[in-house]
Design a protein around this ligand. Sequence first.
Ligand SMILES: Cc1cc2nc3c(=O)[nH]c(=O)nc-3n(C[C@H](O)[C@H](O)[C@H](O)COP(=O)(O)OP(=O)(O)OC[C@H]3O[C@@H](n4cnc5c(N)ncnc54)[C@H](O)[C@@H]3O)c2cc1C
Length: 431
Amino acid sequence: MQTTRTVKIIGGGLAGCEAAYQLLKRGYAVEMFEMRPTTETGAHKTSSLAELVCSNSLKSVDPETASGLLKDELKQMDCLLLDLAYKAKVEAGGALAVDRQLFSRLIEDKLFSYNNFKLIRQEVKALPDEPTVICTGPLTSESLSKAFREKFGSGFYFFDAIAPIVSGIDMHHAFWGGRYGKGGDYLNLFMDKEEYLNFYRNLVTAETVKLKDFEGKEVFEGCMPIEVMAKRGEDAIRFGPLKPVGLSHPETGKKYYAIVQLRKENLKGDCFNMVGFQTNLTFKEQKRVFSLIPALHDAEFLRYGVMHKNTYINAPKILDKGFRLKGDTPVYIGGQLSGVEGYVESIMSGLIAAVNLHRELEGKEAIVPPYTTISGALCAHTTTATSNYQPMNANFGILPHIECKDKKNRKKEYYQRAMCDIMPFAECLNE
Ligand SMILES: Cc1cc2nc3c(=O)[nH]c(=O)nc-3n(C[C@H](O)[C@H](O)[C@H](O)COP(=O)(O)OP(=O)(O)OC[C@H]3O[C@@H](n4cnc5c(N)ncnc54)[C@H](O)[C@@H]3O)c2cc1C
């Protein structure tokens, strides 16, 4: 009688859940180790699998954006988490935003529907010596990070920040609508010049949390704290997250000096993420300063913003092209720990790492998507040696250039080439 082979997954986040599904559907018994809630990460708030640690948005679905293209590539690869994200969707204009509790629940239901799935609530402190996919993410526990450093001399981090979630908006200072009339899914909190300047002055002088090893370390540009951006000049955030252009009051047509946008956090639509408001202010200061935005004067802060370490390995040095750790044991790295950056990017790398673990156990060679696709270009990034290796998110800059007379068509051409190339790859995944 043939026995079912067992594989381990360390980390029940986005990449770990996708990896688990890919292995379960290929007939493996999966033991998943998740340290929450016994050991906390400092940013996750629940013990749910695949908890979205910050924004509830999986970014754009527009095929002419790199995130939109990545999603369309993943659809071809039977990506569970993307499919369930669409099932947990909340309206957010051109973005795929989800009800985070529903999203996690759908994923848990699916994984537990396999008899061969076992969840073990335990922190793993040492590198494994059995077939495993490690998906412990940017907040990998200190013991496991240490094990990486000791074995490979590798392990880096930069700093990242989370935006607050609020409810109880004063609708006398807000209106629904999307920029340039596109989509009506954002709640726009408006300010006149005086209100903005008052908010601004308090923001740049507010007290921040002291991070002892912060000095001299990088902040990921896409997740820059609002107070850091504000210190670049009085108008810096009015050209950023508080940009008023393309927004006017739907009833009066009035335009405003600054606008804060809120995105729905749940299907009920009564709690909101403050778009672009990643912050490292103390909780007390967040309440004081953000309540100066007129629509938030009585708001409840359901979750405060926080700043966190974001751990990743030196992938070009210690991984091979299929996300396999150098060494005798088939151990693969998926998710943000491998040096991709972003929710969907992490899901993609969890998927590829799991497929390649399966292929190795079957005696087959590793495969990665063609480098003309966003997923392939991201995989290539993790194996490209550079002296200053940094995590990478989906963007058109990582694709091989297309010579195109009409620049406006270039993104379309990137899309068409990628979709054409991903199809045969997706078929190989069924081998
Ligand atoms: C603070 C912060 C905010 C972010 N915000 C965004 C955002 O808004 N949008 C975006 O696209 N990306 C964001 N990211 C980046 C990244 O996309 C997410 O962190 C994403 O969740 C990464 O997926 P993952 O599966 O690699 O890790 P995670 O989803 O974090 O999953 C890792 C899991 O491993 C567990 N774990 C850790 N160590 C151990 C251990 N030793 N043993 C057992 N379990 C362990 C953790 O508890 C966790 O559940 C953010 C990252 C951070 C740190």
